[in-house]
Design a protein. Structure first.
Lengths: 270, 194
């Protein structure tokens, strides 16, 4: 296995089972078993989703966060995916949780200067809608947004809305992934979509499949892509499975059970 | 000292990016606030300079995604994409299969996007390559920011009037031989304002 030595990516470290608060081993069969994410509402804040792509499989409700008459609003959208990224993420989520419900909120809406407002507006809306899972495969380095994103992440945490967000690909500080109320994801270099690692060295929580990932792309095609953006929906998809089995779970429980069944956990006597 | 220009920095950036990855081409888009568009500013390699000045919407495609999110990425299989801009390819004579893109970013504000077309990634691995391209973009951004700051300082000096400006311009010209005199002046000024 190749080891990538830079920030926000797996270094191949193991984690000890002593860090898991349980008297006995937790198995994936109990965590998600044969769950398919059925009935779990997942919001994808991204570039939009090409719902008719075979790897997405339809059943997507689409919205856009945009400026209208001087105010930022979320409203229905029919533009599809304007960059391809959101379709890729949606396809990964559906590959692991094929029966989850997908709702897209497009945050690429024609104004680079307003992209921070679009992200805030989309997150506020998604938290107010009480989606149990929100996939945010993007982040912002703008310090001016930090406090609002932090408040939103905390609001989501207490409301039972779990944010699953990408760590920045580069060794820089960005948000919202870095907040403890957010499940944050970086990449490892393995190809198994269900293989994921618990990071013993936070702030990144988990590493999932993010290098040379085959993904859906608008136009019905597939692409091979790399980046933490694509690791994140793997964890979101697994969380959707967990929530089908355990609908009362919130961010702390999701983080705990994922940690308990991580592939790099070294089991030792308590 | 010879004044380095904006174009020289960009040309050096794209050339360095192309050579670093043994790529077919590299190009840089800068964000134009007035047009809310990404403008093709410099290129190295196949199709070099044929598209300079072309603008693309800031919310479209791979460059648009990178500009909006500040997240670098690698994407393969672009050649098979029906949506790939054939006019762009026809102009440059290059239909790339792989695109790697990184933001040119300063304090959270994306100034543009650096793209490398058909990079030889096997020698690096994708994420190391992303890391390297991001650092190249950061270095270019730092040079651009220094250039802009220098231009602003020169403009201030050119426009300055009054006693403070006269003092600033006198001190600007003081060399190391005047250090003792400058120290005496600072001591006198400190006594004056305390």
């Amino acid at each position: 296995m190749r080891t990538f030595r830079f920030a926000h990516t797996s270094l191949g470290a193991t984690a000890s089972s002593r860090s898991i608060a349980t008297p006995r081993t937790i198995e994936r069969d109990w965590v998600w078993g044969d769950a398919t994410g059925r009935g779990v509402r997942v919001c994808v804040i991204d570039s939009g989703i090409a719902a008719d792509h075979p790897l997405v499989g339809g059943g997507v409700t689409a919205y856009v966060a945009e400026e209208a008459d001087g105010a930022w609003v979320v409203r229905p959208d029919d533009a599809g995916d304007v960059a391809g990224h959101g379709t890729a993420c949606a396809g990964v989520i559906r590959s692991l949780a094929p029966e989850c419900e997908l709702v897209s909120v497009r945050v690429l809406a024609g104004n680079l200067r307003g992209n921070g407002d679009a992200l805030i507006t989309a997150l506020e809306w998604a938290v107010a809608q009480r989606f149990p899972l929100i996939n945010v495969s993007l982040s912002s380095r703008k310090e001016g947004l930090k406090e609002r994103l932090h408040d939103l992440a905390d609001t989501a945490f207490f409301a039972g809305v779990s944010l699953v967000s990408s760590a920045h690909n580069s060794p820089v500080v960005s948000y919202p992934w870095r907040f403890p109320s957010v499940i944050s994801v970086g990449s490892h270099s393995r190809t198994d979509p269900e293989y994921f690692e618990l990071n013993p060295d936070p702030p990144v929580d988990f590493f999932a499949c993010g290098i040379n990932v085959s993904v859906a792309w608008p136009g019905g095609s597939a692409k091979v892509v790399s980046g933490n953006s694509f690791a994140t929906p793997h964890i979101t998809g697994l969380c959707a499975r967990v929530l089908q089995r355990h609908p009362e779970f919130r961010t702390p429980q999701l983080r705990h059970v994922l940690a308990a069944v991580a592939d790099n956990l070294v089991r030792s006597a308590q | 000292m010879t004044v380095i220009t904006h174009d020289e920095i960009l040309r050096s950036t794209v050339r360095l990016a192309r050579l670093s990855f043994n790529a077919a081409a590299a190009s840089v888009f800068l964000y134009d606030h007035e047009r809310d568009a990404l403008v093709f500013e410099a290129s190295s390699g196949q199709g070099e300079d044929m598209l300079i000045g072309m603008a693309i919407p800031s919310d479209r495609g791979i460059a648009g995604w990178v500009a909006n999110t500040g997240e670098p990425l690698v994407i393969r299989g672009v050649r098979d994409d029906e949506r790939f801009d054939r006019a762009f390819a026809a102009e440059t004579g290059l239909v790339p299969d792989t695109i790697m893109a990184a933001p040119i970013e300063h304090n959270g504000d994306v100034l543009g996007v650096l793209e490398v077309l058909d990079p030889a990634l096997d020698a690096f691995g994708d994420l190391v390559a992303i890391d390297l391209l991001t650092e190249l973009a950061n270095q270019s951004c730092a040079a651009l920011c220094l250039l802009l700051a220098d231009r602003r300082a020169r403009a201030r000096q050119a426009d300055a009037t009054g006693a403070m400006a006269a003092l600033g311009s006198l001190l600007e010209g003081a060399d190391a031989r005047r250090e003792v005199a400058v120290n005496e002046l600072i001591t006198a000024l400190a006594k004056l304002v305390r």
